[in-house]
Design a protein around this ligand. Structure first.
Ligand code: NZQ
Ligand code: ZN
Length: 400
C-alpha cells in the first residue's frame, strides 16, 4: 500500500516571457544577488544582460559568478560560495542549465555550512550531514532537462582525490521561486535539446520501472508525460524555434522530477547512479550517457519484472499484447524506446561517447565507482532488481 508525505514549496512562474517577472519574484529576498551562470551561453544569447537589467530595475544589485562547468565540480562551487559570502549576497540566482542551477543550490547551502561541504553529499557507508540553512535560491532554467528548477536535489562532482559524482537532497535546497521562461531555451542546440529529452524520459521511465507495485495513478501520470514528450520532443529537436514545443518539453521536465510522479512509489534511479560515474570520469553530457545506459538496463531488468515492462510497451507504444509472451512484448517496447532516442539524435552505444577503447577492466571500475555512491546492506545498487557489481558490468557490456 502506498503511504507518503509530499512537500514542494517552490513557487513556479511559468510561461513565455516570464523572465520579465524575475525582479518582482526576487525582491522579497533582499537587495543583493549572486547571479550564477555557466560558460557563456547566456551572455551570447543576451539573456544575462536582460536578467541583470530586470533585477537592477527591481532594486537588486548583481554580483556575477560565471564559469560553472557542465557536470559541476565542488571546488568551483566552493569558490563561488566564498564570493557570495564576501559579497554579502542575500540570495543566489541560478541562470542556466541543470549544472548551473545545481551549483547555485549548493553555493546557497555552503555559505552557512560548517565543516567540509563534501559531508552533505550521499556516499555509500556514510550518513550525509544535510545542510540545515541556505540563502534563498531562485532558479531560471535555460535548458529543459533536469527539473532542478523545482526540486530539492543537486548533483556535483567531488573533485579531490575521490572524484565522485554524487548528489545532495535537502529541504533547504528547494528554490523559493522558479522563473521558467521557455523562450530562454530557444537557443539550445539540437544535441543538447535531445539529451535533455533523454534525461526527462529517464526520470519518468526509471521512476515507472523501479517503483513499487500498486501505483495506478502514478503510472498513468508518468505514461501521460512520456507520451506527450514522444509527441512534442521531436518537434523541439527539429525546429528549435518552435516555442510551443519548447514549452511542452520544459513543462515535462518539471513535472517529471518535482516529486509528483514519484509520490508514494518508493522509487530509485539506478541508471542515474551508473551514468553519473560516466559523466564524472569522461565529462559526458548526462542525457547522452542516459540514452546509452537506459535501453541496456531495461533489457537487463525486464527479465525480473516482465509484467511492468510489458505494460510499458503496451501503454506507451500501443503494442498489441494478445497472444504474446510478456518478455518478448517488453523487449519490443524497449526497442521502440531506443529507436526513439536514436531518432532524435541521441547516442545509444558506449562506443559513441568518445571514450575511446573500452576494456573489461574499465567496466569493472565503473561498476565499483557507481557502488561508491549508494549500496544496500548486501552491497548492491538499489533498484528493481538491486544490482550487484557483476550485474552493472553486464549492463555496461550490453551497452557496448
Ligand atoms: O555553460 P553554458 O555556456 O551555459 O552552456 C551550457 C552547457 O554547455 C549549454 N546551455 C544551457 N542553456 C543553453 C545552453 N546553450 C545554448 N542555449 C541555452 N539556452 O548546455 C550545456 C549543458 O548544460 P548543463 O547545465 O550541463 O545541462 P543539463 O541541464 O542537462 O544539466 C546536467 C547536470 O544536472 C545534473 C546532471 O548530473 C548534470 O550534472 N542533474 C541534476 C538533477 C537535479 N538537480 O534534479 C537531476 C538530473 O538527473 C541530473 O543528474
Ligand atoms: Zn537525470
Amino acid at each position: 500500500m502506498m503511504a507518503f508525505e509530499f512537500y514542494n514549496p517552490t513557487r513556479l512562474i511559468f510561461g513565455a516571457g516570464s523572465l520579465a517577472q524575475l525582479g518582482k519574484a526576487a525582491r522579497p529576498y533582499g537587495e543583493r544577488a549572486l547571479l550564477v551562470i555557466g560558460r557563456g551561453s547566456v551572455k551570447k544569447s543576451g539573456t544575462f544582460d536582460r536578467a541583470v537589467s530586470i533585477l537592477e530595475e527591481a532594486g537588486i544589485s548583481v554580483l556575477e559568478f560565471s564559469g560553472i562547468e557542465p557536470n559541476p565540480r565542488l571546488s568551483t562551487i566552493t569558490r563561488a560560495a566564498e564570493v557570495a559570502k564576501k559579497g554579502k549576497c542575500d540570495m543566489v540566482i541560478g541562470l542556466g542549465g541543470g549544472s548551473v542551477m545545481d551549483a547555485s543550490k549548493i553555493i546557497a547551502a555552503t555559505v552557512f555550512y560548517e565543516g567540509d561541504p563534501r559531508d552533505m553529499f550521499t556516499r555509500a557507508g556514510k550518513v550525509p550531514r544535510l545542510p540545515e540553512r541556505a540563502l534563498p535560491i531562485i532558479t531560471v532554467p535555460t535548458l529543459a532537462a533536469t527539473g532542478s528548477e523545482m526540486n530539492n536535489g543537486a548533483v556535483a562532482t567531488i573533485d579531490d582525490e575521490e572524484k565522485l559524482k554524487t548528489y545532495v537532497r535537502a529541504e533547504v535546497l528547494y528554490p523559493r521561486v522558479a522563473v521558467v521562461d521557455p523562450e530562454l531555451t530557444l537557443t539550445v542546440p539540437k544535441d543538447h535539446t535531445a539529451y535533455g529529452i533523454s534525461d526527462i524520459l529517464s526520470h519518468l521511465a526509471e521512476s515507472y520501472l523501479n517503483g513499487i507495485d500498486g501505483t495506478p495513478i502514478q503510472d498513468r501520470l508518468a505514461e501521460g508525460v512520456i507520451m506527450t514528450l514522444l509527441e512534442w520532443g521531436p518537434k523541439a529537436v527539429e525546429n528549435g524555434n518552435d516555442l510551443e514545443a519548447r514549452t511542452q518539453v520544459q513543462w515535462a521536465s518539471i513535472v517529471a522530477w518535482n516529486g509528483w510522479i514519484q509520490a508514494g512509489t518508493d522509487t530509485t534511479l539506478p541508471v542515474h547512479m551508473i551514468e553519473h560515474t560516466l559523466s564524472a570520469l569522461y565529462d559526458i553530457p548526462h542525457g547522452a550517457g542516459l540514452a546509452v545506459l537506459m535501453p541496456a538496463w531495461m533489457r537487463f531488468a525486464a527479465r525480473f519484472r516482465p509484467d511492468r515492462f510489458a505494460q510499458f510497451a503496451r501503454r506507451i507504444f500501443g503494442l498489441p499484447a494478445t497472444g504474446r509472451d510478456k518478455l518478448s512484448l517488453a523487449i519490443e517496447g524497449i526497442d521502440k524506446y531506443e529507436e526513439f532516442l536514436r531518432s532524435i539524435g541521441c547516442p545509444t552505444r558506449l562506443s559513441e561517447l568518445g571514450i575511446g577503447k573500452i576494456t573489461d577492466e574499465m567496466l569493472f571500475h565503473w561498476a565499483e565507482e557507481s557502488l561508491r555512491v549508494r549500496r544496500d546492506e548486501e552491497g548492491r545498487l538499489p533498484g528493481r532488481p538491486p544490482l550487484r557489481k557483476e550485474d552493472i558490468v553486464e549492463i555496461l557490456r550490453m551497452a557496448l
